[in-house]
Design a protein around this ligand. Structure first.
Ligand code: CU
Length: 119
């Protein structure tokens, strides 16, 4: 009688190990891959923002890159965001978590204007 109980316990333990092993190996991915916000980029060249108007989804990032030979900045007209001085090749990224339309300019060349529209 006692021997049977032990055998049953051993069998049970074996099954438990198998199930545990199976469970841990069946789901190797660490969950859904949170894709980074779509690449929304604005190029600064020839004293202008290109595209001058960019429409993005709420919560997305926008990255400005200075492709010009002189320094520029990206400053929101409403002071929502403000980049440091961007030299050639520098980038500035801002995440838009609020709906609306954000017009911005270059603080060095105020005639440089652009708009980010959050859909
Ligand atoms: Cu500028």
């Amino acid at each position: 009688m006692k021997k049977r109980l032990i055998l049953a316990l051993v069998a049970l333990a074996g099954v438990t190990v198998m199930v545990a092993g199976c469970t841990s190996s069946s789901n190797p991915s660490p969950g859904p891959v949170t894709s980074t916000a779509s690449q929304n980029s604005v190029s600064i060249q020839n004293y202008a923002f290109s595209p001058s108007t960019l429409t993005i989804q709420k919560g997305a990032n926008v990255t400005w890159k200075n492709d010009d030979s002189v320094q520029h900045t990206v400053v929101s007209d409403s002071s929502a965001f403000s980049s440091p001085l961007l030299s050639t090749g520098d980038t500035y990224t801002y995440q838009f978590n609020n709906s609306g339309s954000f017009s911005y300019h270059c603080s060095i060349h105020p005639y440089m204007k652009g708009t980010i529209v959050i859909a």
